[in-house]
Design a protein around this ligand. Structure first.
Ligand code: DOR
Ligand code: ZN
Length: 347
């Protein structure tokens, strides 16, 4: 097989940032994808519909001329989010989910939820109205080892939460472990998960053996090989609960290559090509379209895209750096070969 034509994909988990970064992040995101679920962890975070609507306008203003790409907005859940905030989000028709960050779990999560019980009323209301909850699934307990934080979150928090709100649509974002895969497979159809390209292509050896590689550092952190294998199996299985969410998260090179480097991998310089690499390595390219272009839209109750993109088996080298506003960043798999490349389709 030399070419692969698939329905134009969507990214169900993306960080675009704001200000000068938007010109770069939006044009990258819009190149091959049709839609993106835009994360609300700006500083300060987007906690209400007015803020999300204003941000959406900035994003649309940065969209390349003629592009039909669409940002799907999210709100940031806090201890103070109200049922009225959820009503306003539903009424707006521009908000597609509410993101739950445990306070302190990751980048710009300081205003996140300090105790899940404080949000029960709001979650009840979201369940009634069908508003999805997108979860960063890691405990922040300092006594829990960083490699165990997702599995402990599932045990302590997510399992009881899913029992308490059986109809709530819950997306466990950027899953990284065998435990998460098993949890999602065994739970009701209301629970799904996104998977990033870095967690499919790499494990913690890539991050730590032979020197520390800050551009592979993200949260949840890369796990050991058996977990990577479980994710590859889930993504390529055709199970509709697993779909594409890059978690592409730009940080400047200076902020990553530092004594205390930021968490986040940038992947929209080559997002669909990175997934194609992972699926090709697993000999499962025929499963890419469902994962990248169908299952997420179906889960969110949105129409599938009708356009297509075509990938060609043509080795190319990814860039060493990308622009980010006035700064530069080192993208995922920078300066390395990829086997598949998106080509212009004949009209
Ligand atoms: O690695 C990450 N970076 N994980 C997150 O959860 C947030 C993201 C960011 O915003 O940089
Ligand atoms: Zn994220």
């Amino acid at each position: 097989m030399d070419t692969l034509t698939i329905t134009r994909p969507d990214d169900w988990h993306l960080h675009l940032r704001n200000g000068a970064a938007l010109d770069n992040t939006v044009s990258d995101a819009a190149r091959n994808f049709a839609r993106a679920m835009v994360m609300p962890n700006l500083a300060p975070p987007l906690v209400n519909t007015d803020q999300a609507s204003n941000y959406r306008e900035q994003i649309l203003a940065a969209r390349p001329q003629g592009s039909a790409w669409q940002p799907l907005m999210t709100l940031y859940l806090t201890d103070n989010t109200t049922a009225q905030d959820v009503d306003a989000a539903v009424d707006s028709s521009i908000i597609y989910g509410i993101k739950y960050y445990p306070a302190g779990a990751t980048t710009n999560s300081a205003s996140g939820v300090t105790d899940i019980k404080k949000t029960y009323k709001v979650l009840e209301h979201m369940q009634t109205l069908g508003m999805p909850l997108q979860i960063h699934g890691e405990v922040t307990d300092p006594n829990i080892d960083i490699f165990d934080r997702e599995a402990v979150f599932i045990d302590r928090l997510l399992t009881p939460l899913a029992k308490r709100f059986p109809e709530l649509k819950i997306i466990l974002e950027h899953v990284t472990t065998q435990e998460a895969v098993t949890f999602v497979i065994e739970s009701s159809p209301s629970i799904a998960a996104t998977i990033t390209p870095q967690h499919l292509l790499f494990n913690r050896n890539h991050l730590l053996v032979g020197g520390i590689r800050p551009h592979l550092y993200c949260l949840p952190v890369l796990k050991r090989d058996i977990h990577q294998q479980a994710l590859i199996k889930a993504a390529t299985s055709g199970n509709t609960k697993f779909f594409l969410g890059t978690d592409s998260a730009p940080h400047s090179q200076t902020n990553k290559e530092s004594a205390c480097g930021c968490a986040g991998c940038y992947s929209h310089h080559a997002a669909i090509e990175l997934y194609a690499e992972a699926f090709d390595q697993a000999d499962a390219l025929n499963m890419l379209e469902g994962f990248a272009s169908h299952f997420g839209a179906d889960y969110y109750g949105l129409p599938r895209n009708t356009e297509t993109i075509t990938l060609s088996q043509k080795a190319w080298q990814t860039p060493n750096i990308c622009q980010l506003g006035g700064e530069v960043l080192t993208p995922l798999h920078a300066g390395q070969q990829l086997r598949w490349q998106v080509i212009e389709e004949e009209q």
